[in-house]
Write a protein that binds this ligand. Structure first.
Ligand code: HEM
Ligand SMILES: *[C@@H]1O[C@H](CO)[C@@H](O)[C@H](O)[C@H]1NC(C)=O
Ligand SMILES: *[C@@H]1O[C@H](CO)[C@@H](O)[C@H](O)[C@H]1NC(C)=O
Ligand SMILES: *[C@@H]1O[C@H](CO)[C@@H](O)[C@H](O)[C@H]1NC(C)=O
Ligand SMILES: *[C@@H]1O[C@H](CO)[C@@H](O)[C@H](O)[C@H]1NC(C)=O
Ligand SMILES: *[C@@H]1O[C@H](CO)[C@@H](O)[C@H](O)[C@H]1NC(C)=O
Ligand SMILES: *[C@@H]1O[C@H](CO)[C@@H](O)[C@H](O)[C@H]1NC(C)=O
Length: 327
């Protein structure tokens, strides 16, 4: 026993009793209730109109939020444009010509600024946007705690080091999740996000023609899917940015078919299908493929963990006026 281990409890108790959450820097479900009561409505309308225009935007915003949170926390850093003094995350290889949805966040932010100027962070808007996008696509709904603040900088090298790659083995991907306080179950559950959206051919083409130098396709790729993918992604460089759905069965629906696909050797990315090569992850895949309700519940729970990673609160960071620029 030591007194140190009691400090956080004592501190938060003190905050709870004597100070506002603004000073103490905790997230709070009611954070903007007094200062921006229409926030959820504004975000919901913005996401609804973006998805009405282009269904894929739901997937793009979810991924944007993931890439924000995985690089130094959910702090809006992925939204910052490069400047002459720093190189941000937007142009890291994992994001360049790949991350999408910036204009949608800009449009929502502009409406939020009109209703409640300099009050709501871009990090919170992106968090709410992802929740609304999943819900409108048929996925679960959950309460989002708010009060995140926006970063003053962004780090391309952190993006390169921390965002998982579809070419690395499951052990490496898991290690990246574990280093953030997430676990192997979160890896499986959050990979279920690949039930919506698209991937460019270059992210899985190595499976189609000459897998690991074998001269043959990846043996863990269903042969009819292989045929379709070869026609979308012919073996030449100019097919690199063509798109294939991550879940070809129910492309725009947030459901558990991603897991059914993995059971059938129909995962698109090598890192998706790799979840079947480990007994622990394969057993979770099997469960979620059979019980959509369990996946839905688990996804909401893992998203709450993801959306609370490394947040800036209290007096840290700032409330950006324009999500692309530090004030
Ligand atoms: C586990 C490790 C992960 C890897 C290796 C990975 C990799 C990828 C890759 C390569 C793409 C295609 C990008 C492109 O072609 O431009 C993609 C798309 C996507 N990812 Fe992941 N991802 C992972 C986890 C996640 C997580 C945790 C989420 C969200 C919770 C997520 C959500 C998405 C979505 C929704 C898309 C489609 C985006 C769109 O259509 O615009 N991914 N992912
Ligand atoms: C919230 O939106 C309603 C209309 O939907 C409007 O009448 C009201 O004035 C708004 N409240 C604030 C504080 O902006
Ligand atoms: C609608 O979606 C298309 C892509 O499908 C995009 O080019 C366009 O900018 C979007 N329009 C609006 C108003 O968001
Ligand atoms: C996986 O992680 C190990 C240990 O950190 C590293 O040496 C290896 O290069 C990584 N593999 C890939 C494909 O990234
Ligand atoms: C195709 O891309 C690879 C890797 O970027 C490169 O080495 C090769 O020269 C390219 N081939 C052609 C024909 O452009
Ligand atoms: C995957 O499995 C399901 C259920 O067993 C089946 O209905 C479906 O046709 C299979 N898909 C492929 C591509 O084999
Ligand atoms: C995984 O499961 C298979 C079959 O159920 C078994 O043969 C194998 O030993 C297991 N591997 C590990 C590492 O537990």
């Amino acid at each position: 026993m030591n007194t140190k281990s009691h400090m956080p409890l004592t501190n938060s108790l003190f905050c709870f009793l004597f100070l506002s959450s603004f000073v103490c820097g905790q997230l709070d479900y009611k954070y903007y209730d007094a200062t921006c009561p229409n926030l959820t409505k504004i975000v919901r309308y913005g996401i609804w109109s973006a998805i009405s225009n282009e269904t894929r935007m739901a997937a793009s915003l979810l991924r944007l939020h993931f890439h924000d949170c995985f690089v130094n926390g959910c702090d809006g850093s992925v939204l910052l444009d490069d400047t002459s003094t720093f190189t941000g995350e937007k142009n890291a290889p994992a994001n360049r010509n790949s991350a999408r949805g910036f204009e949608v966040i800009d449009a929502i932010k502009a409406n939020v600024e009109k209703a409640c100027p300099s009050t709501v962070s871009c990090a919170d808007i992106l968090t709410l946007a992802a929740r609304e996008a999943i819900y409108l696509t048929g996925g679960p709904y959950w309460s989002v705690s708010l009060g995140r603040r926006d970063s003053l900088t962004a780090s391309q090298s952190a993006a390169n080091a921390q965002i998982p790659s579809p070419f690395e083995p499951l052990e490496n991907i898991t290690a990246k999740f574990v280093s953030k306080g997430l676990d192997i179950k979160d890896v499986v559950v959050l990979s279920g996000a690949h039930t919506i959206g698209f991937a460019q051919c270059f992210t899985f083409k190595q499976r189609l023609f000459d897998f690991d130098g074998s001269g043959n396709p990846d043996p863990t790729l269903d042969s009819s899917l292989l045929g379709n993918l070869r026609s979308v992604c012919p073996n030449q460089n100019d097919s690199d940015s063509n798109l294939a759905p991550l879940d070809a069965v129910t492309i725009n629906k947030f459901d558990n078919v991603y897991f059914k696909n993995l059971m059938n050797n129909s995962g698109l990315l090598q890192s998706d299908q790799a979840l079947m090569n480990d007994n622990n992850t394969a057993s979770l895949v099997s469960t979620y493929s059979k019980y959509p309700y369990l996946f839905s519940k688990a996804f909401a729970a893992s998203m709450v963990k993801l959306t609370n990673l490394g947040v800036l609160t209290g007096q840290d960071g700032e409330i950006r006026k324009n999500c692309r620029l530090v004030n």
